[in-house]
Ligand binder design. Structure first.
Ligand code: GAR
Length: 207
């Protein structure tokens, strides 16, 4: 049985598109039922429209407090009967109430090898700038389950990408993004198929 997935996006939505394409090709047992975003100009909106996937605009500033924001998000997720939430470039903290409801059913992709270069303030180009400044020889995406801390929670999959010949943070970003598009659908597919076992804060792939 396919799992019903909601993607959360803020910008371009290239990871969202990669997931949608893998699902449409039948490679992973998921159906993307809604794309939730907080930015009416996000490229992800066009990508959703083109693929016939519903989108919902839920800007944080529309709600007077976090409880109201959480209740609205949970309402949308219930309405679409969502099983799994996939954060795909979503640059807004998810309220703890929502995280709790989706414990072990909410994923995030981060463009560096966590726990390095993660946490509050590390997102998008800032991550690659920090990796570049540190003179790292490898970087790469991490897909993890979301818990109550930024860029934290059991790691599902990572991929090391050599970057020793990269001359700028942009070059690193480009190289890592290509791998994100391959890794995220794969990790999500395995999660949907029930192939991860979570023990002691660690995720183990069941062979
Ligand atoms: C991706 O590189 C993703 O890893 C990163 O934002 C980009 C979104 O691109 N996420 C974070 O930095 C979260 N901390 P996309 O909108 O094209 O998928």
């Amino acid at each position: 049985m396919k799992k019903r997935v909601a993607a959360f996006c803020s910008h371009g939505g290239s990871n969202f598109a990669a997931i949608a394409e893998a699902a449409a090709r039948g490679e992973i047992p998921i159906e993307l039922v809604v794309m939730i975003h907080n930015n009416a100009r996000a490229g992800a909106c066009q990508k959703a429209k083109r693929r016939g996937i519903a989108s919902e605009w839920v800007p944080r500033k529309r709600f007077s407090d976090e409880d109201e924001y959480a209740a609205h998000l949970l309402g949308v997720l219930d309405r679409y009967e969502v099983d799994i939430v996939a954060l795909a470039g979503f640059m807004q903290r998810i309220p703890p109430l929502v995280v709790e409801r989706f414990e072990h059913r909410m994923t995030n992709i981060h463009p560096a090898l966590l726990p390095l270069f993660g946490g509050q303030g590390f997102y998008g180009s800032r991550v690659h700038q920090a990796v570049f400044d540190a003179g790292m020889k490898v970087s790469g995406p991490t897909v993890h389950l979301v818990d109550d801390q930024y860029d934290h929670g059991p790691i599902l999959m990572q991929r090391a990408v050599p970057i020793d010949d990269c001359r700028s943070p942009e070059e690193i970003a480009e190289r890592v993004l290509v791998e994100e598009h391959e890794l995220y659908p794969r990790a999500l597919g395995l999660l949907a198929a029930g192939r991860f076992c979570i023990e002691g804060g660690r995720a183990r792939l069941i062979e």
